[in-house]
Design a protein around this ligand. Structure first.
Ligand SMILES: NC(=O)c1ccc[n+]([C@@H]2O[C@H](COP(=O)([O-])OP(=O)(O)OC[C@H]3O[C@@H](n4cnc5c(N)ncnc54)[C@H](OP(=O)(O)O)[C@@H]3O)[C@@H](O)[C@H]2O)c1
Length: 249
């Protein structure tokens, strides 16, 4: 790797195999980063690596896998080690949009394990290196659901309240120590999210089509880059991103 390449900052993105995470990877590479793109779907990660070239390293990683997240550092190639940016984006609402008693306890818990515990595990795996270097930026993908809860979203809404609490607390823990923490709170985004939740592509399309307007994944990706590009003394603590129609969820 030449000198210019090795000076590019490294970002690790979870949930990079589609939707918002994939768009974030594209925008980060366009803005001079090298990117570790992680998720569970190997085929989609490989396709992304082919499309985006050597500056993207695909990494098979289930954020609920405690051992895999702990040993993250040792599996990354040297040029992608020590990310200075972590984008905690992996998340889902599989089994959601049901009244609490109608959903499965295992599915409710899996939402928490992915959206909350996954974020905590990844952050824990990388924070030591960031602190040792005296700089780092953690971006957590929250949701407008943490500001406007809705019926039938018990686990998902709870998970995004937890993203909010974690982001706020982490920012206090590391105030003055070179670590910035940003929480992004999007409204409705047209992505693979509804298909994951409903398990049906057609129903997912009908769900999105039932709203006047949705955000696109790129709209959220641009806000992430905006937060990262601020001067070192500026911390974008929270960004709420909504479609102009005012659509929430
Ligand atoms: N779409 C919306 O309206 C909306 C609104 C506000 C916030 N958000 C948040 O935005 C984030 C991204 O969602 P999206 O809309 O882009 O949905 P998406 O298209 O379904 O993407 C979700 C990503 O998360 C990954 N993922 C799920 N479980 C995982 C696990 N256990 N380990 C690793 N990766 C996992 C998926 O990859 P694999 O299946 O390959 O692992 C996929 O890449 C989520 O945190 C979501 O809560 C979405």
């Amino acid at each position: 790797m030449n000198e210019i390449e090795s000076s590019r900052p490294v970002a690790l993105v979870t949930g990079a195999s589609g939707g918002i995470g994939e768009a974030i990877c594209r925008h980060l590479i366009d803005n001079g980063y090298r990117v570790v793109a992680s998720a569970r779907n190997q085929a989609r990660l490989q396709a992304l690596a082919q499309a985006l070239g050597d500056r993207l390293h695909p990494l098979l990683l289930d954020v609920t896998d405690a051992a895999a997240t702990r040993s993250l550092g040792s599996v990354l190639p040297a040029e992608f080690r020590n990310p200075c940016v972590l984008i905690n984006n992996a998340g889902h609402d599989v089994g959601g949009r049901r009244f609490f008693e109608q959903g499965s306890a295992d599915q409710w818990c899996d939402i928490i394990e992915t959206n909350v515990q996954g974020m905590i595990r990844l952050t824990h795996a990388l924070i030591g290196g960031m602190l040792a270097r005296g700089s780092g930026h953690i971006v957590n993908m929250g949701s407008i659901a943490a500001l406007k809860p809705y019926a039938t979203g018990s686990a998902y809404v709870s998970s995004k309240y937890a993203v909010h609490g974690f982001s706020e607390t982490l920012r206090l823990d590391y105030a003055g120590r070179g670590i910035r923490v940003t929480e992004i709170m999007p409204g409705l985004v047209r992505s693979g999210f509804a298909e994951q939740r409903l398990g049906d592509a057609l129903q997912a399309q009908e769900f999105y089509d039932s709203f006047e307007q949705c955000l696109e994944p790129e709209d959220v990706a641009r806000t992430v880059v905006f937060a990262l590009q601020q001067p070192a003394q500026v911390e974008i603590a929270q960004l709420v991103v909504l479609p102009v129609s005012g659509q929430v969820l």
